[in-house]
Design a protein around this ligand. Structure first.
Ligand code: TXE
Length: 484
């Protein structure tokens, strides 16, 4: 099986190769087979990408917003028209089953292109009357934006970052994760086909050092990262040095609180979606499942039964519901957390082992019960199909324990009592919350984290603030009142 792209990079409207960059092997996680060999961007290519973006951005910003929007909408249509091919590519790159990549990854990216195309022409300033004089404000683009992606949602991340950037008149240089470098190159081709002028969306490949070179360049106005908290700290600090804008979409250890009066099947289904979708490799996952004591036994029994029915296997098979983890590194990390959970006394309800399938990086859907707040499993982001179930008695206790973490990305509440649902959500320290739902992130809603989980918001109207800056223009209408 091969998925070799035309070249490693896409710069100034064309595929570009430079084999002097270090090799990046693209692995199909379901078998360990090498799908493609790419090269890291050299300093000369990084410079070319930034120069192209800086050159192209001015003319792009000078277009009417409806003209920019038309191109983004065409790109969204192309993504939908190529849906099956793109889903397969994403499955090869990430190991996620077709059942997911057909409906979640690129489709959510297409939504972002369509949404920001619609939003672009509505972005306006305001007029501030001052009696005789007045001020008007303009929302201007930032300039050249750098996007740095994670490997868990490569196509979605590339679209969620580039769509608002481009819609509001910016240019972007995007560096995908070195683990999943393929889909961003396809996105660049699609943008070109849709009529995006050269230089506005460039893709350079590489590991952390390439990301580091991008964010410290003087031509860059903004950095948007999706990644882990430790990397976020480094990237934020480097961006601060150059006084650049940032959006940080980082990790979490989000609470999902299930009250006794919750609908059992909904609670179980949500907990499974919050831990097993994408083999648990989702930043907003509800990985600390707090279950009120009256619901606990029925919940665990139903959860075990449904978890053991999950069809794990070849992600290209239509019937497969769960694929492998993305890499050997991630597999080792997740198995390490499973071993630690066992050693620290968590009770294994189901799973807890590798699944031996075609030498891929498969882990069984795993549930631990009787997890306590001090266990490693309740404190650190695992990023694998490992659910921690914790018991609680009272609402106040659940809220306090849910908030007792450095993270603040997401949170969920299941209850039939609407007053309680809103009261609890009002006290949860999380950027994105769900009531009787979990992990639904339509582009219409702002998404992002509090505390160590991030800065800024993606999607929704909130994204306008993160890809534009305000210019304030004072207009003097009369004689200058000089004191001298
Ligand atoms: O992520 P990183 P990695 C977690 C997950 C995983 C762990 C490490 O548990 O096991 O993080 O994964 C780029 N300057 N999450 O190493 O390091 C890097 O090349 C600029 C959770 O893949 O955060 C990649 O493109 N860029 C998370 C991106 O940053 C740098 C999603 C993310 O890499 C850089 C991903 C630097 N100094 C992993 N160092 C979530 N919660 O969503 C790295 N990069």
């Amino acid at each position: 099986m091969k998925a070799q792209p035309t070249a490693s990079h896409f710069i100034d409207g064309a595929f570009v190769e430079d084999t002097s960059g270090a090799v990046i092997e693209v692995i199909y996680p379901a078998t360990g087979a090498v799908l493609a060999r790419l090269h890291e961007a050299t300093p000369a290519l990084i410079d070319r990408a930034l120069a192209a973006a800086a050159r192209a951005q001015g003319d792009w910003a000078a277009l009417r917003p409806v003209e920019r929007a038309r191109i983004l909408r065409r790109a969204a249509d192309l993504i939908r028209a190529h849906g099956e091919e793109l889903a397969r590519l994403e499955t090869l790159d990430t190991g996620k089953p077709l059942q997911e990549t057909r409906v979640a990854d690129w489709p959510s990216g297409a939504d972002a292109l369509e949404y920001f195309a619609g939003l672009a022409p509505t972005v306006t300033g305001e007029t501030i009357p001052l009696g005789r004089d007045f001020i008007y404000t303009l929302r201007e683009p930032l300039g050249v934006c750098v996007g740095i992606g994670a490997w868990n949602y490569p196509s979605q991340i590339a679209c969620w970052k580039s769509a608002p950037a481009l819609a509001f008149g910016n240019a972007m240089v995007f560096k995908p994760s070195e683990v999943t470098p393929l889909s961003a190159l396809r996105l660049a081709e699609i943008y070109m086909q849709a009529g995006l002028p050269p230089g506005l969306f460039n893709v350079v490949q590489g590991r952390g050092a390439v990301g580091g070179a991008l964010i410290t360049d003087a031509r860059v106005a903004k950095v948007s990262l999706t990644g882990s908290v430790p990397t976020g700290r480094k990237v934020y600090a480097a961006a601060a040095e150059g006084m650049r804008y940032v959006t940080m979409e980082l990790g979490g250890k989000s609470p999902l609180i299930l009250f006794d009066d919750a609908n059992l099947d909904d609670a179980v289904g949500a907990a499974m979606m919050a831990n097993f979708y994408s083999s648990g490799q989702v930043c907003s996952n509800g990985t600390r499942v707090f279950v009120q004591k009256g619901l606990k036994d029925a919940f665990l029994a139903r959860l075990k039964e449904r978890s053991e029915a999950i069809r794990l296997g070849d992600p290209l098979e239509e019937a497969t519901q769960m694929g492998p983890l993305v890499s050997q590194t991630q597999l080792d990390k997740v198995m390490g957390y499973i071993d630690t959970a066992k050693r620290e006394g968590a009770r294994l309800v189901t799973g807890g082992a590798r699944a031996d399938l075609n030498s891929g990086y498969f882990v069984q859907p795993t549930v631990f019960a009787d997890v306590t707040d001090d266990m490693t499993l309740a404190r650190e982001e695992v990023f694998g199909p490992v659910m921690a179930v914790l018991d609680f008695d009272t609402e106040a206790e659940a809220i306090a324990r849910a908030n007792a973490t450095e993270f603040g990305l997401a949170a969920g509440v299941f209850t039939a009592d609407l007053t309680r649902a809103h009261r609890v959500v009002g006290q949860l320290q999380a950027g994105t919350c769900w009531i009787n739902a979990y992990n639904l992130t339509p582009v219409e809603g702002p998404f992002g984290g509090n505390k160590a989980s991030g800065v800024g918001r993606e999607n929704g109207h909130a994204a306008v603030q993160h890809y534009t800056q305000v210019k304030s223009v004072y207009v003097g209408m009369g004689p200058v009142d000089a004191s001298f």
